[in-house]
Design a binder for this molecule. Structure first.
Ligand code: GUN
Ligand code: FE
Length: 457
């Protein structure tokens, strides 16, 4: 027709959409029509009643609309702001030691194995599939010090269609496993090689991230080099900060001329608006102010924080400081690769803080939903592309079916429960707390269906 839009519509979905916006913690949009263009971007979102006029305006067949079922909804894909792909092979084991001993005893010896590309390919394929299957449409990965294996992780994420930041880990000091360490020059040169090789691939959804492991494993010289590399190439940066008290104390001893742990990163140009720092359990108010000033974000990794007895992040305090906050699984310090677990552990930690202090303002379900989606995309500075169903963003979405046979949510439906429970049926909350990957019928990244997996030849 004469007023047909210039954009071609590839898919149209009709049903309930649940997401967070800048103004609303959670918005439940019932009977909406959402159009995705051939580039995978959200072209329009309108009322389901207007299917006739919308199909004329946008030039799609009203009959080609995918109608969600009564107990289905779309929510934005979840954003894992901190996960070690290389530690997936031992997730669920080895949580009997505090952080620094855990690193030396289990983590460094395992990570050293990624010199072997066949081993790397096997683990990285499994971790990308497992996280996608569990609704992680965007992942911010640590790999290992090995450039070629790290490039392979980028390739695998691209092949399966996951949006990802991938970091080749940098570490040149203080490591009890001497065969898993770089010289400062190797670390610097290999980081440059990693970045240039990654950028050469022109993956649409996978980007490199500059990755000093943490202050205890990097010399000041290396931190300086990495800050320069990030600055000159305008890249993302990720690391760990203030995860345990012992670590904070050692950083103070190793870097006596700095105001704080945060200042160590800041003075090396590693605290920017594209920086995400994992944990931050023991950050001071002054440090959080510096985070806010620089636009850096915190990745809250509650499973890992509890599993390694590192601390409990006061997420409310981070939010009050207006510091960007996302959630991370931190496999294998965290034992679950699923963001659903990160949601639950975030609520648990907030409730544990409330048990300690009944005045504490517990995080709400809605706030945690937002952290897992829009919050994570903001923490990774990817909110221009993903995080909710705003027109112009990529369609990164989970098609959730709350009523799978025999699931707890299905049983509410069949029971003689109070009315208030029925009204919750199509909300995301029973899914987030009691659901699992069987409730995730489909996963989309940038408009492309990536789950169920299509076996390629
Ligand atoms: N700090 C430095 N490296 C690591 C790691 O691999 N996991 C966790 N949880 N903390 C770290
Ligand atoms: Fe970590």
């Amino acid at each position: 027709s004469s007023n047909k839009s210039a954009v071609d519509i590839a898919h149209v979905y009709r049903g309930t959409f649940v997401h967070s916006t800048d103004h609303t913690v959670v918005e439940i949009l019932e009977d909406r029509l959402l159009g995705v263009d051939t580039e995978g971007k959200i072209a329009f979102i309108g009322s389901g009643q207007e299917v006739g006029s919308l199909s004329q305006k946008w030039g799609f067949e009203a009959l080609a609309v995918t109608q969600l079922g009564q107990y289905e909804f779309f929510m934005p894909g979840m954003v894992d702001t901190h996960i070690h792909a290389s530690q997936y092979s031992y997730a669920g084991t080895a949580l009997d030691l505090p952080l620094l001993q855990w690193l030396n005893t289990y983590t460094f010896p395992v990570e050293a194995c990624y010199k072997d590309l066949a081993f790397a390919r096997n683990v990285y394929t499994h971790v990308v599939k497992r996280t996608l299957r569990n609704g992680t449409t965007t992942a911010c990965y640590f790999a290992t010090i090995h450039t070629d294996a790290s490039l392979l992780l980028g390739q695998i994420a691209n092949d399966f269609g996951q949006r990802a930041l991938v970091g080749k880990v940098c570490m040149d000091t203080n490591n009890f496993v001497p065969h898993y360490r770089e010289t400062p020059d190797e670390s610097h040169d290999e980081t440059n090689r990693f970045i240039s090789e990654m950028l050469k691939k022109k993956y649409p959804l996978v980007m490199p991230v500059v990755t000093p492991r943490f202050a205890l494993s990097c010399s000041a010289a290396l931190l300086g080099h990495l800050g320069e590399i990030a600055k000159n190439n305008h890249l993302h940066i990720q690391s760990h900060i203030s995860e345990t008290k012992e670590e904070v104390k050692l950083v103070k001893e190793l870097f006596p001329d700095y105001d704080s742990y945060t200042d160590v990163y800041h003075k090396h140009n590693l605290l920017t608006d594209k920086t995400v720092m994992a944990h931050g359990c023991h950050l001071t108010d002054e440090e959080l102010k510096l985070f806010r000033e620089k636009g850096a974000s915190v990745a809250h990794c509650p499973n890992s924080n509890i599993s390694l007895c590192s601390g409990m992040l006061d997420a409310r305090r981070v939010l009050n400081h207006k510091v960007k906050l996302g959630l991370g699984t931190d496999v294998a310090g965290g034992y679950s690769p699923s963001m659903l677990d990160a949601v639950r552990r975030t609520l648990d930690t907030s409730k544990a803080l409330t048990i300690q202090d009944p005045q504490y303002q517990t995080l709400t379900f809605e706030e945690v939903f937002r952290l897992a989606t829009l919050g994570g995309s903001q923490a990774l500075s990817l909110d221009e592309h993903t995080g909710n169903f705003q027109v112009g963003k990529d369609f990164d979405a989970l098609r959730v079916n709350t009523a799978i046979a025999g699931g707890p949510i299905d049983l509410i439906n069949h029971g003689e429960g109070p009315k208030v429970l029925f009204s919750l049926l199509c909300s995301p909350f029973p899914f987030l707390l009691s659901g699992d990957d069987r409730n995730i019928a489909e996963v989309y990244v940038a408009g492309k269906r990536v789950v169920p997996f299509v076996e390629t030849t």
